[in-house]
Design a protein around this ligand. Sequence first.
Ligand code: ADP
Ligand code: MG
Length: 705
Amino acid sequence: MGEVMNVAKIFGEDVFNDTVMQERLPKKVYRDLKKMIQEGKELDLATADVIAHEMKEWAIEKGATHYTHWFQPLTGVTAEKHDSFISAPMENGKVLMSFSGKELIKGEPDASSFPSGGLRATFEARGYTAWDCTSPAFVRHDAAGATLCIPTAFCSYTGEALDQKTPLLRSMQAINEQSLRLIRLFGNTTAKKVTPSVGPEQEYFLVDAEKFMQRKDLIYTGRTLFGAMPPKGQELDDHYFGTIRQRIAGFMKDVNEELWKVGVSAKTQHNEVAPAQHELAPIYAECNVAVDHNHLVMQTLKRIASQHGMKCLLHEKPFAGVNGSGKHNNWSLTTDEGRNLLEPGKAPHENIQFLLVLTCVLKAVDEHADLLRESAADPGNDHRLGANEAPPAIISVFLGEQLEDVIQQLIRTGEATHSLKGGALETGVDTLPDVKKDATDRNRTSPFAFTGNKFEFRMVGSRDSIAAPNVVLNTIVAEAFAEACDVLEQAKGEDFHKAVHDLIKKYATEHHRIVFNGDGYADAWVAEAERRGLPNIKSMVEAISALTTDKAIRLFERFHVFTEAELLSRAEIKYENYAKIINIEAKTMIDMASKQIIPAIMKYTKTLADTVVAVKEAGADASVQSEALADVTALLKEASGALKALEKITQEAGTMEEGKEQAEFFKFRVFPAMDALREPVDKLEMIVDKEAWPMPSYGDLIFEV
Ligand code: ADP
Ligand code: MG
């Protein structure tokens, strides 16, 4: 056995956190920095120089040779450019290690190779990265050695956001301001800040690296583009929460250790529904930090998997017919005094502030369901949403029995007088303690569920950044709070309580259509949702336009989260991104079909034909062999025709100008052509000799990790 791991000791050991700053920074500098972190004050260059120097010294002690501004351009992954600490050689040929305040605060990578969705054309190509001191710097150890990573925002020369972090920080400011307004109305005069708390639950698959390398689809697209179902799938539910196999356990141990070192509080791990599928959840953190940490989680899963001879698949749907992967985004609002605005307490019906917050969230989600839906749209998630394994593509809110009852009382009478109680869960076994039952059962089919003291947005894709969903959540709730405060601040002198009650009743009544506590997978819900007038946006390309409606522009401009130009550019980038991804998938299919699958089948038909001849020559009955040959030949013909059709349509798509129309063409023309090719190929896989098939099967991939 290896050495004992001391979690408390290693946790955060590679983070330039508060303890380190207190230890190393002069008192005044530390105070200034804290002020900047807490209140958003500006830092002067002299102070920044001191911080940079100490950060560098600390990082060098950890073995760091380089630093990087770690940022989140609109590619979906993080980006970094490494600079070593060495300065120009001195006369004696030696070098000094240096890192200035300017280098800490600001970087200037060339922005022209990152997606800007038209912003580049109108503005300068230059891009700036700016230190986000609210997310601590850390030292990462990997094959490159040790690198000081400085979380940064990424903007154009004129200040347009070119990344995920900038709007996120802006949205946190918006929700902070409006939440403070709201709690002041209820008599809180002491809280200085309200921050969204976020806990994302990350799902992923692990497959054997050698087998992965034999599948071009996994290599180029992250998902399988062909593949017949194995005889056994997930129908026995024997993987979910099952015993973790040793190979996986060893991987998880290393993942946890790496994450703990960089301050990510990896907490829960278990097997998920599908074979080879797993989940990792950290303890929730401040929104901004949670987003950065989720990137670290995804990167660490990938890196450690490789070290263990495996590959981590973060794609939302690596295997057709097998459960896909998502990322539940748990969200609540916490004051700097530690109070959660979504905590109903023991008697929710009496908790007027909570009821106002709750009904504001209902209003926000109802009015901006399209934006929330869009925020979870990525090409991979199109395979999940509405496919009876993930939430439906229709946004609705699950409140559970207890709150639904309170809301019903409010709608009926404007007063809520009691709350349903949970009671005790009796196990019937004397030696087991009686567990207190929650007042509300779980509902797995709801895209947006209230779970005790937080909302859980369950639509997010496993590969996607959680930045966009949180930008939307923060901003739409900020708007609802602002509108409520506009009304209630007027009512102050008068009967405040009556005004609040009236408002809660109004919101509950007007937006109750968004509440749905039933089975989100049932067909009846689709019809019911339509009757209620709730949007059912089925795919990414259909969702994107939500970003650029007048309603969205008004919302985001009012709270200074996005300008109209930024929204237009983001929509543009998303259309382009969708088209590019489907184009790569189509080309990969064409490549695999024409260079691997069809040649393999041709060879196989030759073997079959030889067999038929040989059997006949031996004077035996060759009808079975002949039939097999005929079946395979027919499917081969179908596959070959579908391949030609896919080639043609993909080529046509490639000649189109980038943008919405092209994305739609990929979705509605190219995508079906891909399915048409897959169908005969998957049938062939079922009847062709396993030895003759040119790549590992689903069974090989998901049952033999
Ligand atoms: P599950 O949803 O599987 O029951 P938990 O409820 O324990 O799991 O938590 C899931 C995630 O939600 C974790 O990351 C957890 O830290 C986070 N979480 C718990 N409470 C809150 C909260 N008040 N605000 C935001 N996230 C939270
Ligand atoms: Mg959960």
